[in-house]
Design a protein around this ligand. Structure first.
Ligand SMILES: C[S@@+](CC[C@H](N)C(=O)[O-])C[C@H]1O[C@@H](n2cnc3c(N)ncnc32)[C@H](O)[C@@H]1O
Length: 408
């Protein structure tokens, strides 16, 4: 019986086991095949998403390039037919500055760069701060001219710089003078009036609301000041002629301003450097804080496409060189600008040794470029005289003539 059971049941058991193994194999095979198919599907979705992402990025790049191109065309048309656009731009200019209490806020990495590299140039020219640059040279102009001195600041805005400068002029011993503040924007001038009242300097200040593109001076000045306003002027020739005509021959025109390409764009020779450096930067360092957008490729943005920002920046220095002698001139900045300005400067940390080394390296590119003549500076501080002077102080020997880039 036992033998019989063995003889019948064993093959039946084997057959059953064989069948079950087959089923298990078939099932796991099917499951594997299904999993593989699913993985293939996922891979396809991933590939498609990548392709679509790539296409979208290319379209964003194209759009940015087109935007930059059309803003260049727009600014060329606007330069050719300024009257057509003037009233519109004036409106935008007023709106832009109405709420701007601090027009000079800059990231900390700018301070690192300017303290390390620009401050020594200031010292070479006899001052330590921009306020001191204005105060010392305006006082010197008053001493050269003699008598009651009259000064004017062109595009004075909120007049905060002017108040600090006037305080320093008083500290330097100048007593007998009056100081006019000219600006287009009545809201800013009102802020200036309030600040002057609060400072107790009301007897010195006068406020004039007017358009510097059509400025007709009344009387003679010992000194004219323009702090970061020349890059908003469309009629540079008219303004510079008026300043020259209204200055006492021994007086000074003092200015700190941007002198690079129109709209603060990079010239091609600088753009090449910026684009090369851009490739080194991780995505988070290419974030534009002012425009609130990522810039996978550097956008050579024309700031003058809205309002007057940098409208004829590239013409400022050549037109000044044609009309004035420069007792003091210092100029700096170019490739470094986008990395320390309000747009991308906040992406760098002045406390990081690596970031400081990065800024040092870019500054060195600028300085070598000025030396060789490949690059020209984008910012200047200048003391100008309507008549020839005997002595000239040019920080590290860089003259206004050499700093002026030919636009041909
Ligand atoms: C960058 S802000 C400089 C303001 C001031 N100088 C300072 O350093 O704080 C430029 C100034 O130019 C003024 N501005 C622009 N267009 C003008 C015009 N056509 N006539 C007079 N002022 C003008 C603006 O209102 C603004 O106050």
């Amino acid at each position: 019986m036992k033998r019989y059971a063995k003889a019948v049941l064993r093959p039946a058991w084997n057959a059953l086991k064989w069948r079950m193994d087959g089923i298990a194999k078939a099932e796991s095979g099917a499951a594997l095949t299904a999993a593989m198919r699913r993985a293939d599907d996922l891979e396809n979705v991933l590939r498609e998403t990548n392709e679509r992402l790539g296409k979208a990025l290319t379209r964003i790049d194209d759009a940015e390039r087109q935007l930059a191109r059309s803003s260049q065309i727009y600014s060329k048309v606007r330069t050719a037919f300024p009257d057509l656009f003037y009233s519109d731009q004036i409106e935008r200019e007023l709106t832009q500055y109405n709420d701007q209490i601090d027009v000079h806020e800059l990231p900390s990495v700018f301070d690192y760069w300017s303290n390390k590299y620009i401050l020594p140039l200031f010292h070479e020219c006899g001052f330590s701060t921009v306020d001191e640059f204005y105060a010392k040279n305006l006082v010197q102009a008053a001493q050269r001219v003699g008598g009651t001195a009259r000064f004017i600041s062109i595009g004075a805005g909120n007049c905060d710089t002017e108040i600090r400068v006037v305080k320093l002029m008083l500290e330097l011993g100048l007593k007998d003078f009056e100081f006019e503040c000219l600006d287009l924007n009545p809201t800013m001038l009102d802020r200036g009036r309030e600040a002057v009242d609060a400072s107790g300097l009301g007897r010195i200040f006068r406020f004039v609301q007017g358009d510097f593109n059509a400025w007709i001076p009344s009387g003679e000045y010992a000194g004219v000041m323009a702090n970061h306003s020349l890059h908003h002027v469309t009629n540079l020739e008219g303004l510079f002629d008026s300043i020259k005509a209204s200055l006492n021959p021994r007086g000074y025109f003092v200015s700190s301003d941007m002198i690079g390409r129109n709209g603060h764009m990079r010239w091609p020779e600088a753009l090449g450097h910026v684009e090369r450096i851009w490739q080194e930067l991780p995505a988070e360092r290419r974030y534009n804080h002012q425009m609130r957008r990522a810039e996978p490729t550097f956008v050579n943005w024309d700031c003058s496409s809205e309002g007057f920002e940098g409208i004829r920046a590239q013409d400022i220095l050549p037109l000044l060189v044609d009309r004035f002698d420069f007792p003091v001139f210092l100029a700096f900045g170019n490739v470094i600008n986008p990395f320390v300005d309000r747009c991308f400067g906040p992406n760098f940390d002045a406390d990081s040794a690596d970031d400081r080394a990065f800024i040092d390296r870019i500054h060195a590119i600028d300085e070598a470029g000025f030396e060789s003549g490949e690059l020209t500076p984008t910012q200047m501080l200048a003391v100008m005289s309507p008549t020839a002077v005997d002595s000239h102080v040019y920080a590290r020997g860089l003259s206004p003539q050499k700093a002026a880039r030919s636009t041909n």
